[in-house]
Design a protein around this ligand. Structure first.
Ligand code: ASP
Ligand code: MG
Length: 410
């Protein structure tokens, strides 16, 4: 008999019919002899609705009160699901984050879990109950209600699984797994059976918004096997787990893209020690995160420095950079919002040579110009003109044998 934590997101509990369908699924798992702890999100749209209410009263609602308000969304679903389970003959009990004593720090709206006292949950399980826990919320040392940041129910589920030493944490969502690329762009993309925590983290941070990033970090740290599956259709989903040999043998797990970045260049800066700091220091001071950075010295002993930021930060970064350029006597500032970042991701990169050149060749064959390149141990990213998004992702997907029926996923 195993202990399974199942997490259902907002769309999966978006109506009474769907809550009943979740109850049926939970009961099916329970009937196979497993203990089940269920973590639920608020019904879809509910957290946004609550946020709007607060914003109707204040441009900057007090963070503590916002958490008191937002946590009610999940409290509704735990009660409804427990009612549905009991109505169907399955004994069940609901707990809020505070009742489970999911202890967090006091960073309202973005709290981090410090500790979980699972005693009450364990006791209910031994009594044969299904335990339904509110996602996204906890309690700090002073007894204040906290929330974990948008999408935080994923993290609650993984943390519960870690605390209870569950055999698996299943995340039920509206997609049936993690794909080798966005299937809306690459029809030949296929569902991955398995992927490592590290690869999933790269995929998640690059815009495959299947899971909250922090939940993947948590799962990796505590070695919680995490499975992403559809709550609407049956299937094995994708298992996110420790790296294994098969993953190392594969060249690439997937192709990710990100259209949220913009590029800025400061041109003709005198080349001397300290310039990178003088340029990027004020950007960092403004709390703007920089992703890729490229610097190169030209024949005239001046240098150009190019970097990318989130598109939302572009205007602010552009202003700061223009001021810096004036101060430093640089020739000017250029910017481009119409870029996209394409990345290939895979732990197989560690043990295979020639991956980068294969990537560049595939893009060259399509006449796609590469503007920036960055590499890490398990990822190579390039910045290209956004008009090449589809073409580029498809070219890379097929160059690495990921198209259905041709590669390891076929
Ligand atoms: N209800 C919260 C949100 O909408 C948490 C979650 O769904 O995971 O962000
Ligand atoms: Mg979610």
């Amino acid at each position: 008999m195993a202990l399974i934590v199942q997490k259902y997101g907002g769309t999966s509990v978006g109506s009474l019919e769907r809550i009943q369908a979740v109850a049926d699924r939970v009961i099916r798992t329970r009937r196979t002899g497993h203990d089940v702890v269920v973590v639920v999100s608020a019904m879809s749209g509910e957290t946004d609705r609550l946020l709007d209410l607060a914003r109707g009263l204040s441009g900057r609602p007090i963070e503590r009160e916002l958490d008191v308000l937002l946590s009610t969304g999940e409290q509704v679903t735990i009660a409804l699901l427990s009612i549905a389970l009991q109505e169907k003959g399955q004994d069940a009990v609901s707990f809020t984050g505070a009742q489970v004593r999911i202890l967090t720090d006091s960073a309202f709206n973005k709290a981090r879990i410090l500790d979980i006292d699972g005693a009450q949950v364990r006791k209910a399980l031994t009594e044969g109950k299904v335990v339904v826990v509110a996602g996204f919320q906890g309690i700090d040392g002073e007894g204040n209600i906290t929330t974990l940041g948008r999408g935080g129910s994923d993290t609650t589920a993984v943390a519960m699984a870690a605390a209870l030493k569950a055999d698996e944490c299943s995340i039920y969502t509206d997609v049936d797994g993690v794909y080798t690329a966005d299937p809306r762009i690459v029809p030949e993309a296929s569902r991955l059976d398995r992927i490592s925590y590290e690869e999933m983290l790269e995929m998640a941070s690059l815009g495959s918004k299947v899971l909250q990033i922090r939940s993947v970090e948590f799962a990796g740290k505590y070695h919680v096997p995490l499975r992403v599956l559809s709550s609407f259709k049956d299937g094995p989903g994708t298992l996110i787990t420790d790296e294994d040999e098969a993953m190392e043998q594969a060249l690439i797990a997937g192709i990710a893209h990100n259209r949220d970045e913009a590029k800025l260049t400061i041109v003709g800066v005198p080349d001397r020690p300290g310039i990178a700091h003088s340029i990027l220091g004020p950007i960092a001071d403004a709390n703007i995160e920089v992703d890729m950075i490229v610097q190169n010295v030209g024949a005239d002993k001046t240098t150009d420095l190019t970097f990318t930021v989130h598109r939302n930060d572009y205007d602010k970064a552009h202003d700061i950079l223009q001021r810096t350029a004036k101060e430093m006597g640089a020739k000017g500032v250029n910017g481009d919002k119409r870029i996209v970042k394409l990345s290939i991701i895979g732990v197989g990169m560690r043990s295979h040579a020639g991956i980068a050149s294969r990537m560049f060749k595939a893009l060259a064959n399509e006449g796609i110009n590469i503007q920036m390149i960055s590499t890490s141990e398990i990822k190579i990213s390039v910045v290209v003109d956004e008009k090449y998004l589809e073409l580029g992702v498809r070219a890379l997907h097929s160059a690495f044998g990921l198209d259905k029926g041709t590669g390891k996923n076929g």
